[in-house]
Design a protein around this ligand. Sequence first.
Ligand code: ZN
Length: 219
Amino acid sequence: MPVLQHYFFRDGHMFKSTHTPIVTLFAASCLLAGPAIAHEAHVHGVANMDITVDAQQLTFQLHTPLANLIGFEHTPSTDRDRQAVRDMATRLRTPNAAFVTPAGAACTLSTVTLAADNMPADLLGEAPKKEVHQHGKKDDHDKHGHSHDHQHDHKHAQAHADLDATFIYTCGKVQQLHYIDVPLVTTFKGITRLETQIVTQERQMAVTLGANTTRIQLK
Ligand SMILES: [Zn+2]
């Protein structure tokens, strides 16, 4: 469900979708979801990220054009494409590859969720999606998914696509979280500008990261 929310709301193309009532419903629920849902346009090179720090949890919600990570945005059609997606997922899921926190804060990566509307979930290291189109059987879903993608390709041959990634860390001593380093922006050179918004229990701030600015100073 959240995957569809992001897809419909963030991909301008989807407003041309034939599923108008569903789009409306999802758009409404996105608005209710609050500031975590960014509305920025899809611009290659630019990515957005919301960071939330609460009592014991550090959460990153990254939204980026897929082009920034793998250089293309079409549904993988070759082994090379598929491997590029797998490699991206592996890098994003590797602890300390995307984010580094001070040892004193005792943060450990507990959950990574990757979603992109035109990428098979298994390539992203996710369990296959179920009930996305409210079909009970996996076979039905696959068939439906295919025809949907097919239709989508015809209607929007140049469609762009984004990755939504959520990283959740559990921190033993969040008061020691003086900074967050974001090697993500150097690991993936396609990200030239990462607009971040940080909300902690004490304050709210916005920081723009890039190849030369990879640290968010919190204290
Ligand atoms: Zn694009």
